[in-house]
Write a protein of this length. Structure first.
Length: 196
């Protein structure tokens, strides 16, 4: 992933392997550390990352070096909306990243006594909820009630002082938000935002 910021103009080339590492880091750092109830989410995202990585390692790997080239390649070959395509899989990873970035953004402004379950469910409802079937929505509602307090969650995930964590979260949101915006715009441009 290469991200250039120039006078508030974002010029982005999202390269495959580093994009995957960024998602993998956030996936495991967030979902795995939030407790055993969320390990199924981490495993699912790991499988999706492996699908995209498999495309990168294939004979057509050159067509998967950026998000743009992957989408164009799969659109030209009629595979963009197929199950297991890089385009469809990356969209799902994008939705998960949107949830994580939203959570980290909100986490910067809460106090240690904020109810984690309400915060996470509100963000889930704003992001991933719209893409999940009914049973997953209900499972998520139950799962968020197993989350520890904000203070404990931060201690588990970061093992740093809350003020240091806020700076770290700001950095992640600052890098992640332009990636989200770019990806959202790219999928919308190709009418691929709602691949089922």
């Amino acid at each position: 992933m290469v991200l250039w910021l120039y006078n508030s103009t974002v010029l982005i080339t999202v390269k495959g392997p580093l994009w995957i590492l960024y998602l993998l880091y956030l996936c495991f750092r967030f979902f795995k550390l939030t407790g055993p109830v969320f390990t199924f989410v981490a495993r699912d995202l790991s499988k999706k990352i492996s699908v995209v990585h498999g495309h990168l390692q294939s004979n057509q790997g050159a067509s998967y070096q950026s998000l743009q080239s992957m989408i164009e390649y799969e659109l030209n070959n009629g595979t963009a909306t197929a199950k297991g395509s890089g385009t469809r899989t990356m969209l799902r990873l994008h939705w998960a990243l949107e949830f994580i970035i939203e959570f980290m953004d909100k986490l910067r402004f809460v106090t240690g006594d904020t109810k984690t379950s309400k915060l996470v469910y509100d963000i889930y409802h704003k992001t991933l909820y719209n893409h999940h079937p009914w049973w997953t929505q209900k499972l998520a509602y139950l799962a968020v009630h197993t989350l520890p307090s904000i203070k404990v969650l931060i201690d588990i995930m970061c093992k740093q002082d809350y003020e240091e964590v806020k700076v770290l979260l700001s950095d992640i949101v600052e890098v992640g938000r332009p990636i989200l915006n770019y990806t959202t715009a790219l999928y919308a441009k190709h009418n691929l935002s709602n691949i089922v």
